[in-house]
Ligand binder design. Structure first.
Ligand SMILES: Cc1cc2nc3c(=O)[nH]c(=O)nc-3n(C[C@H](O)[C@H](O)[C@H](O)COP(=O)(O)OP(=O)(O)OC[C@H]3O[C@@H](n4cnc5c(N)ncnc54)[C@H](O)[C@@H]3O)c2cc1C
Ligand SMILES: NC(=O)c1ccc[n+]([C@@H]2O[C@H](COP(=O)([O-])OP(=O)(O)OC[C@H]3O[C@@H](n4cnc5c(N)ncnc54)[C@H](O)[C@@H]3O)[C@@H](O)[C@H]2O)c1
Length: 441
């Protein structure tokens, strides 16, 4: 049943994602009347805190510290519930913000229908922000609906550790879950469609990371596209290999959430399944923006947060900060030890015809790694020999997801590599590795 009520808001935000919730709080401070629509009360706070970064890194922490799986899942649930409540209350307690628990879809440009529990309402605004995130892109293969076949979301709800796990896909989710579930004690096999995992990474680091994962007992089946899952469970691959396991994880990428969003009722353009935006993240409808995973670019919480900054700049600072201003985007892969990367590898820099120098440290030579009794890892950096700018870093080892942020800062600020090389660092720490790492040859 549709009511005639058509309330007008200063801003409507669809989805409780990182960008959306941050924007809602910000606009409320500016005294905008804001509607935030979230389809699932169990997703208040968005993907990151409920089903992604936070729960996975919580159980990773526990796995590395020897906590049993079932205890870890319980702790993860507590952490998530606490953060979800905090996120909800932070916005719901603001007079200017109305949180609707309902599914939003466009009726036409600037008008949305919201399916609430008991009725459907229509609301309107001159400013609409689409922050609906993404979901697992489940491949159209036979057997994906069988019991025991999971996505990254559903596996996190499983109370018992599967004895064996076949993972389809060797990207971020595939490798992180492989590392975590192996540490908990499962037998893990990763089915990789290409000739290897980490194909875009520095070759030496790739080899070191794969060797380390294999030492931990993770098995890789390369050049294998999963084609069918047979009851049992047996995954049949394109190269004839069969992988048998108690559970199967689908980790084959994530696609933007645009289904049933009613975009066909608007002038919002979609390309390759994602919403088209300009450098201010404005869609093809003026004052309607798309932020986060739904725009089909990076799929990280911190890039979604940065999307908020781009939109804020457009609304309040004449758009001086755009997607082009962002600089290099670092990324981290939470295997064990973790891997982090920013900018170019040596090979990529050479292919660009740059005059480059490389720095390299095997972490078994670094004092802090002896303190922590973890000698694993290899750090590499590439610098421009002519202007001394840092071109990139590939860091496989402890604390690399933290250290890469310092390199991002230096790259954006155009700090010459010699500065990081000659900096006074506290001791004994991981960051002091930069004294040697930037001693390039
Ligand atoms: C397992 C996993 C681990 C990850 N780990 C990391 C990590 O360590 N670090 C990192 O940076 N990134 C990580 N990511 C990626 C990161 O979680 C996402 O990039 C980020 O959460 C996307 O946020 P967003 O702002 O696009 O929207 P989301 O947080 O996805 O929010 C979108 C919200 O919109 C709601 N919604 C959708 N459609 C509608 C509708 N029509 N009406 C109303 N509501 C709707 C959804 O329910 C959802 O709550 C991980 C992802 C996964 C799956
Ligand atoms: N640490 C982090 O920041 C982090 C962690 C987890 C997820 N994420 C985000 O989530 C997104 C999704 O992660 P993901 O791992 O699902 O995607 P991904 O794109 O990283 O990897 C998916 C892999 O699955 C392979 N694949 C697809 N179909 C296959 C098949 N039938 N058989 C075998 N392999 C197949 C693809 O070739 C690809 O290598 C990432 O893009 C990332 O941005 C980030």
């Amino acid at each position: 049943m549709r009511s005639d009520l058509m309330e007008k808001f200063d801003a409507i935000i669809i989805g409780f994602g990182k960008a959306g919730k941050t924007l809602a709080g910000f606009l409320a401070k500016k005294n905008w009347k804001v509607a935030l629509i979230e389809k699932d009360a169990a997703m208040y706070g968005g993907t990151c805190i409920n089903i992604a970064c936070i729960p996975t890194k919580t159980i990773r922490h526990d796995a590395l510290n020897g906590k049993p799986y079932t205890d870890s899942i319980e702790r993860k649930t507590n952490v998530v519930e606490k953060l979800r409540d905090n996120n909800f209350n932070n916005l719901n307690n603001l007079d200017q913000v109305t949180v609707f628990n309902g599914f939003a879809s466009f009726v036409k440009d600037h008008v949305l229908a919201v399916e609430l529990e008991d009725k459907t309402i229509e609301i309107t605004s001159d400013h609409i922000f689409i922050n609906t995130g993404s979901q697992t892109a489940v491949p159209p293969i036979e057997g994906v609906d069988l019991p025991g076949v999971y996505t990254s979301t559903t596996l996190l709800d499983e109370q018992q550790l599967p004895k064996s796990l076949a993972i389809i896909g060797g990207g971020y989710i595939g490798l992180e879950y492989a590392s975590i579930y192996r540490r908990f004690g499962a037998i893990v096999t990763v089915i990789v469609s290409g000739e290897s995992v980490l194909l875009h990474e520095d070759e030496e680091i790739r080899e070191a990371a794969i060797k380390e994962m294999q030492n931990q007992g993770i098995q890789f089946v390369n050049n294998a596209h999963a084609e069918k899952i047979e009851e049992g469970l047996i995954v049949h691959c394109s190269n004839g290999e069969k992988v048998e396991a108690e559970a199967v994880l689908i980790a084959t990428g994530r696609k933007p959430n645009i289904k049933k969003l009613g975009l066909e009722n608007t002038s919002i353009e979609v390309k390759d399944g994602a919403i088209v935006v300009d450098e201010h993240l404005q869609t093809t409808v003026p004052n309607t923006f798309a932020l986060g995973d739904v725009r089909g670019d990076f799929q990280f919480t911190y890039t979604s947060l940065d999307d908020f900054r781009i939109v804020k700049s457009k609304l309040f600072e004449e758009g001086s900060y755009t997607s082009a201003s962002r600089g290099e985007v670092p990324y981290s892969l939470f295997i064990d030890p973790p891997f982090a990367r920013i900018g170019l590898t040596m090979k990529q820099a050479q292919e660009k015809g740059l005059s480059v120098l490389e720095g390299k440290v095997d972490l078994k030579t670094h004092p802090y790694n002896h303190v922590t009794d973890d000698l694993r890892g290899l750090f590499k950096v590439v610098v421009n020999a002519e202007n001394k700018q840092i071109l990139g870093a590939s860091l496989f080892g402890a604390q690399s997801p933290e250290l890469v942020n310092m390199i991002k800062l230096a790259m954006d600020a155009k700090v010459p590599f010699t500065h990081l090389r000659d900096q006074v660092y506290t001791h004994p720490t991981m960051s002091e590795v930069f004294n040697n790492l930037f001693d390039v040859k």
